[in-house]
Design a protein around this ligand. Sequence first.
Ligand SMILES: [Fe+2]
Ligand SMILES: [Fe+2]
Length: 535
Amino acid sequence: MTVESTPTHLKVLLVDDEENIVRAITRLLLEEEIDLEVVSANSGAQGLEALEAHPDVALILSDQRMPGMSGAEFLEKARDIVPDAVRMVLTGYADMAATMDAINKGGASRYLTKPWDDNMLRRTILEGVEQYRLVQENRTLTALVEKQNRELAEWNQGLKGRVMDQTATIRRQNQELQQRNRQIGASFRNTILAFSRLIELHSSRLQEHTRNVTELAVGTATGLGLGTEQIETVRTAALLHDVGVIGIASEILDKSMEGMPREELDIFLQHAVRGQTAVDAVEELREAGLLIRHHHEQYDGRGFPDRISGEAIPLGARIIAFADFVDRELEEQRGEAAVASVLAKASRELGGKLDPALIDAITPHIRALYIPARSRRAEAAEKELRPKQLFEGMTITRNVYSGSGLLLLTKGTVLDAAKIMTVVRHYGIDPPKGGVHVSWRPAESDDGRPGCAPDCQVPEQELKPRHLKEGMRTTRNIYSGTGLLLLTEGTVLDASSIVAVTRYYDIDPPSCGIYVSTEREPAPDAGPNTSREAP
Ligand SMILES: [Fe+2]
Ligand SMILES: [Fe+2]
């Protein structure tokens, strides 16, 4: 719809059968300064024709008494053609009845009498024209406001649609961004895990050490109320704390720190600095690198490499040093007595090697990791170990053959130093696939079943990687075909550990499946961070 502006050029129609009256009024009007166009007609019929030609007439002034069609009749018809035009009638005093007719039927708004007063006539006509102009202007403005309102409504609708579209786009991009962030985060964590596995590859002595230190350190950091970022830094540093041992000869690594001559200890301790150097190129690992550097500092300032003391040692490094001390002391030992002994030894080192402020926070995690209900189960469960992980007193649970099929040990044999040496030697020269299956249970019952109480039997099943589900708990250590420890017994599976195991089964498959239990154990008192799974 287009909106016309109010016309500045206004038309007046004069209808009178007397020519001289028409001329007189025309002249009177043309003297006015406003832009008026006067159209005239000498009868009602001519007047109607003029209206067809000029439908924009603003005002009609019609004589009442005309031959053929009276003024009242003409105005009545004119109203149908130009309903907006202001209508006036010109009449003599004697025609009052007809004048009323013109007002009632023809909708005339005024009547003027003959003879007229020029000023009065002029003023009346100009007022009528002005009335028409105001009505038209009002109509034009109303139409304009309506049009603008409609445009505004359309614009608002469009705007709302665009805002909704943009909101949806932003939301989608945000979700994609979060997804990518999660992928980058997962990829970063997996990279760190891959690094930590390199340590395990390098030294069988360190296979479980990294995971145990990580679990103790993260549990302690959480218990101390550290923030999420600090805990993640501790986790990363714990996973990588011994990465610097790569490149150090295994003859040195296979000894305990106490058993190393000074010269070898100096070489061994370099791993803290080498570890920091190795990760320093990755900006996100620099803070963890600092903890790696200081994880062999001592609280009394007699450690390595910088001999700093007390709180000058970063808290994360003090936590890892404590966890490292405990796990090195315990090695393969488990149970109440072993834990009590190592806690006593740790107490003697408080203020010396270890930070006294950490003992209360770390103790519950030590107990949960090394003694626990699961330890009873763990000791009852069968483990597949590398020869160097065998201990005297363990019982062989499956016949052990060399790679060429020579029977080395029979099921039920209790290991002693000589038998372990035999196995180690054969694994060196004629290695079979897989490890040696053992248990800590003291003996077998007559029917060949494990000699433990019924309540300590582990309801386990052997599954292929694709059948693993989140929440299942491993009941034996899981090794790759070449003997890399993939998951420790007791690990609760999550999506990333399942993916990791599946990949190892593709690229380095072991001879058996994965032993798991779907039974959930009660959470240890120490809190939520006591899972044995390396994060
Ligand atoms: Fe270390
Ligand atoms: Fe360590």
